[in-house]
Ligand binder design. Structure first.
Ligand SMILES: [Zn+2]
Ligand SMILES: [Zn+2]
Ligand SMILES: [Zn+2]
Length: 313
């Protein structure tokens, strides 16, 4: 008992050691939790524990390490800081109102409040942390591309929606997903995606052993090819040609006329859905690559009729 210290420094504060015994059952209980019980301080209900992992010294109620499980706050903080670092963030400190939450500085410079265990899960799973501020900035940029301004949360409170204001001054709730594609009509001035410029396109899609061509229309053909058709990344694809038209309605009309012509005059060029199956996420509009000259001629006619600039290549 002689080598017991006369005082302990705990969290930077000096506590005189109390000359009281350490029961073997307490020493065992502390050891089970990964601590050495090195003395008593503060009052008769507290023991002084030293973490075997990080050597940090703490003042802990005896009934905690005797009857329950003592935890090392220093080790927990180390783990949380490591989780944050894995995610490119910095743990600024615990939330003052809820011990399950901490405040983090993200790599983008924004500060977010997050549950500790969610950060642990994200770090272990290799996920990124979503920053609400950056996300709203992204939504605002997407809206801006189509002449809308992001105002804030949806008036309806509906999730997945935001309040936007159109260039004409009219405000309305629109789903974030539709806004990302510009698929929204303004209830104020009647501007509608179908009134926006659109394109009839030809895509080449080299499925294994089955080179095909897709003819269709879209306001954003490159996006359509890359993100909406569900084509395996290993498959070589190419936007062969786009013919710009003044509106989505004109594009639909001309595109439908092309398919009608192909069904009537070149039925053998059509690749049935049963043949390409799930390789392309569409119901039809797929032709054998050998039909390309016929399809190009149809697009030539559309381009000539509308007299607009054509972009091939
Ligand atoms: Zn520790
Ligand atoms: Zn951010
Ligand atoms: Zn409007």
């Amino acid at each position: 008992m002689n080598d017991f210290p006369t005082s302990f420094v705990i969290d930077g504060v000096v506590h005189p050691a109390l000359p009281m015994p350490l029961k073997p059952s307490w020493i065992e209980g502390a050891a089970d939790d990964g601590f050495d019980l090195i003395g008593r301080a503060w009052d008769r209900y507290h023991g002084v524990l030293r973490c075997r992992t990080c050597k940090a010294v703490s003042l802990t109620r005896i009934n905690v390490f005797r009857d329950r499980t003592a935890l090392c706050r220093a080790c927990i903080r180390d783990r949380r800081e490591a989780d944050a670092a894995t995610l490119g963030a910095e743990l600024l400190g615990p939330d003052s109102r809820d011990r399950h939450y901490g405040h983090y500085l993200l790599s983008c410079g924004h500060i977010v409040r997050r549950q500790f265990h969610r950060m642990t899960t994200a770090a272990a799973g290799g996920h990124a942390i979503d920053c609400e501020t950056c996300r709203e900035v992204r939504y605002a940029d997407e809206a801006c591309a189509y002449g809308w301004t992001l105002v804030g949360p949806a008036t309806s409170g509906r999730s997945g929606y935001r309040r936007y204001r159109h260039g004409c001054g009219h405000g309305q709730d629109i789903s974030i997903g539709n806004m990302a594609w510009g698929d929204c009509s303004c209830g104020g001035c009647g501007t509608d995606w179908s009134g926006q410029p659109s394109f009839v396109y030809l895509f080449r899609i080299d499925l294994a052993g089955l080179p095909v061509v897709k003819l269709g229309y879209s306001a954003r053909p490159a996006k359509r090819l890359r993100h909406q058709l569900g084509i395996d990344r290993a498959v070589r694809t190419e936007v062969l040609r786009v013919v710009p038209l003044a509106s989505g309605n004109l594009a639909v009309r001309d595109e439908s006329a092309c398919h009608r012509h192909m069904r009537a005059r070149h039925p053998g060029a059509i690749v049935p859905k049963a043949v390409f199956g799930d390789a392309i996420n569409t119901q039809g509009e797929i032709y054998h690559a050998t039909a390309l000259p016929v399809l190009q001629a149809l697009l030539d006619r559309i381009a000539a009729r509308h007299g607009g600039p054509d972009s091939s290549g």
